[in-house]
Design a protein around this ligand. Structure first.
Ligand code: CAA
Length: 389
């Protein structure tokens, strides 16, 4: 199928990033949201990004920002906007009832051939699409934040997606440019919470909640905590704000329902969420973002609460669960997915020989936190995952 017209529902951080990159890929894009103000914000950000590229001479085929913006429409009415769409990508708030409503409306008004994709980061694509009237045409298409710079797109099979819909989704994903290198498209074979990238890192949030709460209880500052974990592309509290406290909160609630109660949001995350301190997008989260991306005060010293050995063991264990559940059948895909989605080396390759040591680390972590979810899974214990390249 030849995709020309793309509808992106939700003009927020993810939605406008998806829209900008789709425009750059040569598609006509209609951005849909529920308030004029949200649409204006999203459109302005897209234009800002396009102008930045124009000023650096990085727009393809000698085109101007205005050339691309001509292909960008906005609408407050999904039922009208979707009438000539070939593909919808939904990027609204992480609430199942809202997403289901979007898919129902889209399914009622879109042309028969139109593929409906959700950018959910955790939720069941099968359930999101169940009232769409076209479950075979519903797929997941999960982008990473910031969409222009993160190479990964996960294309997810629901229980009902047809092979043809997945192929269309994979081809479209490959055609979307990335400002930092070639896109990496991961095919997610099972519709399970968190898919690959977020699932492998999800239980690290159980540990982080333990760490955030302990840090608050013991009176350490976020700078001191971030100094424990220096080395990744973003420190822990800054990444949490960047992803969004609401995204983490809703995600943890969802994992608590679907995977284990151990995922329930901790005290610190719950408090930030209740106070509306949602991170970068609201100007305040763990950190103050009013003057741009915060910097860690390296002179503040360390809290010495966070230990890197735990997230590595946790991700290895979860990677093995992802293999056990058939979400992918290759541990190389897991490592590549993490690198493309989070600029983070995956946990699998480095542990091919050392995994027995990680089993001991996980047992120690169960003792420390009381969280049973950290118990080593069967596939990790058996060592058979090593052959699942
Ligand atoms: N249009 C045009 N140009 C843009 C642009 C846009 N929309 N966005 C960024 N750019 C440009 C910037 O202007 C900048 O240009 P110059 O180099 O000329 O100044 C360039 O791209 C790089 O931008 P930054 O300086 O902001 O990038 P950085 O080097 O500081 O890296 C980062 C930023 C890639 C985000 C890095 O910090 C990182 O890897 N962080 C980790 C992010 C991560 O883990 N994301 C995954 C989150 S989880 C998720 O998304 C899953 C989910 O489901 C919620």
């Amino acid at each position: 199928m030849d995709i020309k017209n793309v509808v992106v529902v939700g003009a927020g951080q993810m939605g406008h990033g998806i829209a900008q990159m789709s425009l750059l890929g040569g598609y006509n894009v209609t951005l849909v949201d529920i308030k004029e103000e949200f649409l204006n914000n999203g459109r302005n950000k897209i234009e800002e990004g396009m102008k930045k590229l124009e000023s650096k001479g990085q727009l393809p085929n000698n085109k101007t920002a205005a050339d691309f913006m001509k292909n960008c429409r906005t609408s407050l009415d999904l039922s009208l906007a979707i009438k000539d769409a070939d593909l919808m990508i939904e990027a609204v708030i992480e609430k199942m009832d809202v997403k289901k409503q979007v898919f129902e409306t889209a399914g009622n008004h879109a042309p028969d051939h139109c593929i409906l994709a959700s950018n959910t980061s955790t939720m069941s694509i099968t359930e999101i699409g169940e009232n769409s009237g076209r479950p075979d045409k519903c797929i997941g298409m999960h982008f990473f934040n910031p969409v222009p710079l993160m190479r990964l797109i996960e294309v997810i099979h629901s229980q009902d997606s047809s092979e043809e819909s997945i192929k269309i989704g994979m081809d479209f994903a490959r055609s979307i440019p990335c400002l930092r290198g070639k896109r990496y498209i991961a095919e997610v074979l099972k519709d399970k919470p968190g898919f690959i990238c977020n699932r492998v890192t999800a239980p690290v949030q159980i540990y982080q909640n333990y760490v955030f709460d302990k840090c608050a209880e013991e009176g350490y500052s976020w700078d001191q905590l971030d100094n424990d974990s220096r080395g990744g592309p973003m420190s822990m509290t800054i990444l949490a704000d960047y992803v969004g406290i609401d995204v983490l909160y809703h995600g943890q609630m969802y994992y608590a329902k679907t995977l284990s109660p151990d995922f329930a949001p901790g005290k610190v995350i719950t408090q930030l969420y209740n106070e509306g301190k949602l991170g970068a997008k609201t100007g305040q989260g763990f950190r103050d973002w009013s003057k741009g991306r915060p910097q860690v005060d390296k002179s503040a010293g360390k809290a010495r609460i966070y230990k890197l050995k735990y997230p590595i063991a946790i991700m290895l264990n979860e990677g093995c669960r992802v293999l056990e559940e058939g979400i992918t059948n290759s541990w190389k895909v897991i490592d590549d997915t993490l690198m493309a989605g989070m600029n983070m080396p995956g946990p699998m390759a480095p542990n091919v020989k050392t995994y027995p040591k990680q089993i001991e680390v996980l047992k120690e972590l169960v003792e420390l936190t009381g969280k049973k979810y950290f118990e080593p899974c069967e596939l990790l214990r058996s060592g058979k995952w090593v052959d699942m390249k």
